[in-house]
Design a protein around this ligand. Structure first.
Ligand code: RIB
Ligand code: CA
Length: 312
């Protein structure tokens, strides 16, 4: 079977980094390019970190593009308090040698979707949706050419992680999220409702370290750093590897369960801006526009993740 063509849109971020490694370790997927966006840390760092991860995976051939450095209509909010100043705090990693592509990420998204047959390219946004929304706004024809958008973002029963109501990726650029959720493209959402059920544990992190490989050691050291925030905030045993849920969905969808529902984005709430208003109980009468994932087989997820990282 031909590999599934994907573009990863990302704001690395330790959990983004693990998701990128998972994708690059999986022959079922063809990573056509990685588009960096401002989010966890500013764009120069997310564009640098994406290349660091590609080189760690032994893939300096992957095309990495820099995209939007600020949300559509708001000041950038970053998350150094979670990811550290570099965005990949934990281990010390050398600067990347592979070049950044000259083209803008938005141009790459538009050109690739127009060049490929309709329904052949999956978009995997795991950061704020600024690049995706900008591409859809500049080239409205491409939304119907997307095979699927599988994104990490939002929350409903789990409520917010950056405000009481909003999850970070949506909160940073709610206007972009509004454009994406109204685009008509097939959307699968990995919200905090499911990612918070995919927590690291000491045993799971030790399994990465026990691989005895550089990627395995990096994943362990990134999660050692990344988990401290969630442990302190939630009193949980570990941290959610949010973004890897997007890639795991492509590889083993039976690990997940969810519901096709209507999801709207709050953009004008005094306290709720950035909230994904997920009509889980179907009370709004609004048409379903997304598959909202609520549950995961966490042991199966970590088995998949560890087995794949071992291949790098
Ligand atoms: O809220 C979690 C999301 O925000 C993840 O994608 C993490 O990397 C940050 O971008
Ligand atoms: Ca991310």
């Amino acid at each position: 079977m031909r590999p599934r063509k994907i573009i990863i849109d990302t704001d690395p971020g330790q959990d983004d980094a693990v998701a990128i490694l998972l994708a690059l370790a999986s022959p079922e997927l063809e990573v056509m390019g990685i588009t960096a966006v401002a989010g966890n840390v500013p764009l120069p760092l997310t564009a640098k970190n994406a290349r660091i991860v590609c080189e760690l995976a032994g893939r300096p051939d992957i095309k990495v593009f820099a995209g939007c450095d600020a949300p559509l209509a708001r000041k950038l909010v970053t998350a150094e308090h979670v990811h550290g100043k570099t965005g990949l705090d934990g281990p010390i990693l050398p600067d990347p040698r592979m070049p950044l592509q000259g083209a803008h990420a938005v141009d790459f998204l538009i050109e690739t979707l127009r060049a490929e047959a309709p329904g052949c390219v999956t978009l995997c946004p795991i950061g704020p949706l600024t690049n995706i929304a900008t591409a859809f706004r500049r080239a409205p024809d491409i939304a119907q050419r997307v095979q699927e958008i599988v994104l990490m973002g939002g929350a409903y029963f789990e409520v917010g992680n950056i405000t009481p109501a909003a999850e970070f990726n949506i909160y940073v650029d709610p206007e972009a999220a509004e454009i994406v959720f109204a685009s008509g493209a097939p959307i699968t959402v990995m919200p905090l409702d499911v990612t918070h059920k995919a927590l690291t544990t000491r045993a799971r992190i030790d399994a990465f370290r026990a691989l005895g490989t550089e990627p395995g050691r990096m994943v362990a050291e990134w999660t050692d750093f990344f988990e401290r925030f969630d442990i302190a905030k939630y009193g949980s045993e570990g941290a959610p590897l949010h973004d890897s849920c997007v890639i795991a969905w492509l590889l083993q969808p039976d690990l997940f369960s969810g519901r096709r529902i209507n999801v709207e984005i709050e953009t004008t709430g005094t306290y709720s801006t950035g909230m994904t208003v997920a009509d889980w109980w179907g009370v709004s009468g609004r048409p379903a526009n997304a598959l909202f994932i609520g549950d995961i087989d966490a042991d199966g997820f970590y088995r998949l993740l560890t087995e794949r990282i071992a291949r790098l």
